[in-house]
Design a protein around this ligand. Sequence first.
Ligand code: MLT
Length: 328
Amino acid sequence: MKLYSRMLVGGALAAAVGLSAIAAHAQAETYPTRTITMIVPFAAGGPTDVISRIVTGHMAQTLGQTIVIENVVGAGGTTASARAARAANDGYTLITGHMGTHAASVPLYPSLAYHPQKDFEPVSLLAGTPILILARKDFPPKDLKEFVTYVKANVEKVNAAHAGVGSVSHVSCQLLNSILDIKPTGVPFNGTGPAMNALVGGQVDYMCDQIVNAVPQINGGTIKAYAIATPERNPSLPGVPTTAEAGLPAFQAQAWNAIFAPKGTPAPIIAKLNAAAVKALDDEGVRKRLLDLGSVIPAAGQRTPEALAALVKGEIEKWTPVLKPATN
Ligand code: MLT
């Protein structure tokens, strides 16, 4: 009798599991049937926001649904990432994460409310974003060598803007400052969109920012660019020397932005989102907009969820020993 009732319970459980698998499959088949929210963990107008809007604008056409951008700011992008990690895993809430939120935050926040690997499904890498050393346009040093001498001599009075602890701008300048062996005052903003406004307005001295945010300002002459921290010059800024050319080869930095979904989002939904992102990255109009802003468009092999998972793993391993001993 006991065995019989156990068999009945077991059978009912198996049927329930089977039914929910069928329901999930059916849901994935018709996905998406309503508006998708893309959380951007920084202020509007900054690099993550700009890249997200360019790519999701095209993805929305492919998916046949609107993708609304929601800027959720705070704590270097970790507030938004924690929220995205806890969202329903149905494909209707996604996040554009980056090198900071999905790698550098791990060593920098001992009580991080999410783990980039355990709490997210990687969807697709969107863009590589080289880092530049930028300054307000009337900052005295005229080239990188003078910048190094100046900030070392005036470390008590210079300040560096960033988008919060663990953001790309924070982590990149931590690296630069450790190479120069200086600890200037950091000035946090909710994103490098507002930080760039402060740099243009002359309220802060320098910043290490992603190229996407800097090209229009550099070309408009509203800020100074001392160097780009990549091995080659960028076609969107042919006049800006590399850090190696400008005398500081040790400073190399390139960030990245990518789409993630909450853990457990069904595989067929991840596949649809990935296909839409890949299609966007192959679109001539999208490519031109990204390239004009200096982004590096990932090659086909770098756009798979598996490649993004490997990137996140590698970046956490890379940044953990570098950032663990650093102070904020
Ligand atoms: C932003 O969009 O504001 C950034 O990606 C900020 C950063 O991480 O430096």
